[in-house]
Design a protein around this ligand. Structure first.
Ligand SMILES: NC(=O)c1ccc[n+]([C@@H]2O[C@H](COP(=O)([O-])OP(=O)(O)OC[C@H]3O[C@@H](n4cnc5c(N)ncnc54)[C@H](OP(=O)(O)O)[C@@H]3O)[C@@H](O)[C@H]2O)c1
Length: 322
C-alpha cells in the first residue's frame, strides 16, 4: 500500500510523546510536516522528528502533498479546523473528544460524508489487544452472564494553565476522562446505551472537574462510570457477571512496553492474566490506514455520533440535578 502522507496541526504533547513516534514506526505513514501558531516552537519540534516546519495551520492544510491531518488541538478548536481540513480534501485523525456537543459532531460528520473523507477519533485504547482477550474470556463463559460494567478514569490536578481548565477551549472532565469510560461501556454493552442519570461537579470557572453516570442498554444491562481531574489516579474497568468478575487494571493508558494485568475472579479463585505489551497508537494508525484503503468510513462516522450523543446526554442529565 502507498504510504499516507500525514501532517500535524499543533505542537501538542500527546503528538510528541506518543503519536509521532508511532507514525514513524509504521510503514503505512510518512510524516511530512507539523504546523504551529508559533515559529520558534515549530522549528524545534520539526527538527526533533526530521519533518518540515510550517507556521500557521491553514498553510499546512492547503498543501497538496498531504493526504491526512492528525489534529491534537483542544476540542474547542476542532469544529473550525476539521471543517477547513475536510474542505481542503484531507482525511482526519482527530483527538478525543471530537466535538463540544452533539450538534457540532453532526456538522463535522456531515461534511466528511459530503466529501467522502475519513474522520476517526483517536480512541487508541480500543485497539489494544487486552480488550479482545477480555471479550474472549467472557465468550468462553468464564464470568457467566454479564450483569454490570463499571469503569473509572481520573487523575490528580493538572497545571492551572492547561487548556483542560478552559471552558471556551472545550476543557472539563466530561470531554476528556469521561469520554474513555463511555467509550469502554459501548465496547462491552453495545451502542444502544442511554444515560439514565449523571452528575457533574464544576469549579468556580464553570469547568466540570469530576462526575459520574449510570447508563443502560435495551436489555437492561447497565454501566456505572466515574471520572475526574481532581482524583486519585484510576484507569480501569470491571465486568461483573453471574459467575465471576473480570477486571482490567490499566484500561486506557498502557505504555507500549507494559504488559497489562487482568484479573479473573471466580468462586474461590483469582487468576492473574498478563496481556501482551502492545503499542495501541500504532494499532489505531494501522486501522486508520485500512479504513482509508477500503473506504470504510461509515462505521467510524457512526462511532463518532454515538459517542457524542452519549456525552451530550450525560451533560443534559446532570443539568437536571442543578
Ligand atoms: N489519545 C490520547 O491518548 C490523548 C492523550 C492526551 C491528550 N489527548 C488529546 O490530545 C489533544 C491535545 O492534548 P495535549 O495534552 O497534548 O495538549 P497540548 O500539549 O496543550 O497541545 C495542544 C496544542 O494545541 C495548539 N493550540 C492551538 N490553540 C491553542 C490554545 N488556545 N491553547 C492551547 N493550545 C492551543 C497548540 O499548538 P501550537 O502552539 O503549536 O499551535 C498546542 O500545542 C487534546 O484534545 C487531548 O484531549 C489525547
Amino acid at each position: 500500500m502507498q504510504k499516507l502522507k500525514i501532517g500535524i496541526l499543533g505542537c501538542a504533547n500527546i503528538a510528541k510523546r506518543s503519536v509521532i513516534p508511532a507514525i514513524l514506526s509504521t510503514p503505512n505513514f510518512e510524516l511530512v510536516a507539523v504546523a504551529s501558531r508559533t515559529e520558534a516552537k515549530v522549528q524545534e519540534y520539526a527538527d526533533l522528528f526530521g519533518c518540515e516546519a510550517v507556521v500557521g495551520y491553514q498553510n499546512l492544510i492547503d498543501r497538496k502533498d498531504i493526504d491526512v491531518i492528525y489534529m491534537p488541538l483542544p476540542t474547542g478548536l476542532h469544529e473550525e479546523w476539521s471543517l477547513k481540513t475536510l474542505d481542503a480534501g484531507k482525511h482526519i485523525l482527530i483527538e478525543k473528544s471530537l466535538a463540544m456537543n452533539y450538534n457540532s459532531a453532526q456538522l463535522i460528520v456531515k461534511k466528511a460524508k459530503e466529501k467522502g473523507l475519513l474522520i476517526m477519533e483517536n480512541f487508541m485504547f480500543i485497539y489494544h489487544g487486552q480488550h479482545q482477550l477480555v471479550k474472549k474470556r467472557i465468550e468462553e463463559g468464564e464470568i457467566g452472564e454479564i450483569r454490570c460494567f463499571r469503569s473509572s478514569f481520573g487523575f490528580p490536578p493538572l497545571p492551572p494553565d492547561n487548556f483542560r481548565y478552559s471552558k471556551e477551549l472545550g476543557g472539563g472532565a466530561l470531554l476528556d476522562a469521561a469520554a474513555y469510560t463511555v467509550k469502554a461501556s459501548q465496547l462491552f454493552l453495545g451502542t444502544d446505551l442511554r444515560v439514565k442519570a449523571s452528575t457533574l461537579k464544576y469549579n468556580n470557572k464553570g469547568v466540570d472537574i469530576f462526575g459520574g453516570a449510570f447508563l443502560e442498554n435495551n436489555y437492561g444491562l447497565f454501566s456505572e462510570v466515574a471520572f475526574g481531574f481532581d482524583n486519585f489516579y484510576q484507569c480501569n474497568y470491571e465486568i461483573w457477571g453471574s459467575k465471576g468478575k473480570i477486571t482490567v487494571h490499566r484500561a486506557f493508558t498502557p505504555a507500549p512496553d507494559f504488559k497489562p494485568l487482568i484479573t479473573l475472579e471466580q468462586q474461590g479463585t483469582i487468576e492473574e492474566i498478563e496481556a501482551p505489551a502492545e503499542n495501541h497508537f500504532i494499532n489505531i494508525l494501522n486501522e486508520f490506514a485500512r479504513c482509508v484503503k477500503e473506504k470504510d468510513c461509515d462505521s467510524k462516522y457512526s462511532e463518532i455520533l454515538n459517542q457524542a450523543r452519549l456525552l451530550n446526554e450525560l451533560r443534559d442529565k446532570s443539568e437536571l440535578n442543578i
